[in-house]
Every structure is written in C-alpha cells, then in structure tokens.
Write a protein that binds this ligand. Structure first.
Ligand SMILES: NC(=O)C1=CN([C@@H]2O[C@H](COP(=O)(O)OP(=O)(O)OC[C@H]3O[C@@H](n4cnc5c(N)ncnc54)[C@H](OP(=O)(O)O)[C@@H]3O)[C@@H](O)[C@H]2O)C=CC1
Ligand SMILES: O=C([O-])CC(=O)C(=O)O
Length: 271
C-alpha cells in the first residue's frame, strides 16, 4: 500500500482527495491533506476522506506518505517540492507553470536524482504527451497550443492588468494572447500550466507557442495542440468540462492526477 498525501484542497485537490479517500485506487492509501492553514473546509474534507488535515505538507512523510500530489499552485511547488523530495517522497505536480523557472526545475531534478525519487507531471487538462515524447526521439520542430476558455475562466489574470479588456462584455470569441509559453504562464498563471507541461517535455518554455482565445460561447474548455516533427505531424483536440468548483481548471486535470496515482501503484504500465 502506497501512502499518498495531497497538497491543496481546491477544485483539483477536492476531487483527488475524494477519489483516493474513498478507496477508488486500490494500492493507494490517502494519509493526509495539507493546505496553507487549517480551515473548516479542509477539516471537513479530511474527515470525509478519513485522513489527517494539515496546515503544511512537511508532516506528510511522517504520516507514511511516499507520494505527494501537489494541486495547490506555483508558490506551493516553489516552497514544498524540494523538501518533500529530500524527505523521500515522489511528487506529482499539477502546477507545472512553476517549472518555467529553469533554476527551480534544475534544483528539483538534482534533488530527485540525489534522493532516488521521481517528479511526475500528469497530462493534466491535455492529451498526447506520449506521442510527442516518442516524436522527440527523432526531433520535434514546432509545438503550438491554442486554449479556448470562457471569459469567466480568464478574468483576473495578471496579463489583463497591462492589457485591459472588457472580458465580461465580449460578444464573440477573441484571441487575447499570442506568444511563448514563458510569457503565457506569466500572464495567465492559473490557465496555461498545460503549456508549461509541454514546454518541460520539449525542453524550453520558448519552444512552445501559445494562443489564448476568450470565447463567451464556449461551454467547454478546449485545447488544440499542433506538433510538427521529423516523424510527421500531430493535432490533438481536447474539449473538457470545467471543474464545478473552479471554472479555470478542467475536470480532466484532476482525473489525470488520480489516473497517474493508479498507474504508479499498478503492476503494469500502459502508454
Ligand atoms: N497541469 C494542468 O493541466 C492543470 C493545472 N492546474 C493547476 O493546478 C493547481 C490547482 O488547481 P485548482 O484546484 O483548480 O486551484 P484552486 O484555486 O481551486 O485550489 C488551490 C488550493 O491550493 C491551496 N494553496 C494555494 N497555495 C498554497 C500553498 N502555498 N500551500 C498549500 N496550499 C496552497 C489553496 O488554499 P487557499 O484556499 O488557502 O488559497 C486551495 O486550497 C493550480 O495551480 C492550477 O493552476 C489546473 C488545471 C490544469
Ligand atoms: O484546466 C485547464 O483546462 C488548463 C489550465 O487551467 C491550466 O493548464 O492551468
């Protein structure tokens, strides 16, 4: 039985903790959920999941966690991923935007190597990373992701402070950003982690081009990934139900973390 801890109890953390706490993944045992502070919401979730509620993840290893699922934000990755690796835990990271910081990524990889641990990046709200990984063996030339979300999922993004736009008044779909994954994650830190997952796979946030479309008619969040490679081309389209708790995040992202835990504890690896 692998002890698992969850960091974050928002939209993704809730769904991941509930799945693990209810025994949906045989072989994985949820030992605790950590937030920034204890709250009624966190304690209620932990009670429902029959595990500990914590105000920091540092106590998770002592509770028996060997695998931590981070679903808390880039600041949590910066603060907690390194000490958790050093404490002997493998980490699944959802807030992959943090990895746009090359120095942080290098420190995390060094710590994982030194302590014999692994850092896992789930496919999150997209698909097709297996195919892109295979294509990279012969060389990937271009990677582009187009993300289409309802304006309510994009409101409040830092990019809009400097490029004001009446999102609520949009009548038609509009391209609101085009640029590198590096610039995209700085401007939309809660919306395009997927572009940094792609960038981490292909080696640099400057190698992934991002286009963001605000679409008042979009009921689903859509991501289209286009790749040109020596081996051929790929076009991957995903249309996701937004999480009922947070319209910025796709439900599929939480499911990808649960599926990754299942894959890690299973005796067979597919894909
Ligand atoms: N890789 C992917 O494909 C995807 C990644 N994401 C990313 O996953 C993460 C989780 O998403 P989601 O659940 O929707 O976000 P939410 O905003 O719904 O929840 C975030 C949770 O993390 C907690 N938190 C924030 N900072 C810290 C910290 N430093 N230490 C501990 N807990 C912290 C928050 O607590 P509090 O209530 O105290 O603020 C809250 O409980 C986000 O970074 C999001 O951008 C989302 C979708 C797809
Ligand atoms: O959930 C999504 O569709 C994508 C997302 O928010 C992210 O990558 O940060």
């Amino acid at each position: 039985m692998t002890g698992v801890g969850v960091l974050g109890h928002g939209a993704l953390g809730h769904a991941i903790a509930q799945a693990l706490g209810s025994g949906q993944v045989p072989g994985a045992r949820l030992v605790g959920i950590a937030g920034r502070r204890l709250s009624d919401d966190l304690e209620c979730l932990a009670r429902a999941c029959d595990c500990a509620a914590l105000d920091a993840p540092s106590a998770l290893p002592a509770l028996g966690a060997r695998l931590i699922v981070e679903a808390a934000g880039a600041s949590a990755v910066r603060e907690h991923a390194l000490p958790l690796l050093e404490a002997g835990c493998d980490v699944i990271l959802m807030s992959t935007g943090a990895l746009g910081d090359a120095a942080l990524l290098a420190r995390l990889k060094d710590a994982a190597t030194a302590h014999g641990r692994k850092i896992y990046l789930p496919s999150g709200a997209i698909a097709g990373l297996d195919g892109i990984r295979a294509a990279m063996e012969a060389g990937v030339e271009t990677v582009r992701i187009t993300t289409r979300k309802h304006p309510r999922a994009l409101a409040g993004s830092p990019y809009l402070d400097e490029h004001p736009l009446d999102l609520a008044g949009l009548a038609e779909a509009r391209v609101i950003f085009e640029g590198s994954a590096r610039d995209a994650i700085a401007g939309f830190p809660s919306n395009v982690n997927v572009s940094l997952t792609l960038a981490t796979l292909v080696g640099s946030p400057d190698r992934v081009q991002v286009r963001i479309i605000a679409d008042p008619h979009a009921e689903m969040t859509q991501h289209r990934i286009e790749v040109t490679a020596a081996s051929g081309t790929m076009a991957i389209d995903v249309a996701n139900q937004p999480s009922p708790l947070n319209p910025r995040s796709s439900w599929l992202a939480a499911l990808s973390a649960i599926a990754m835990v299942r894959q890690l504890v299973a005796p067979i690896w597919i894909g």
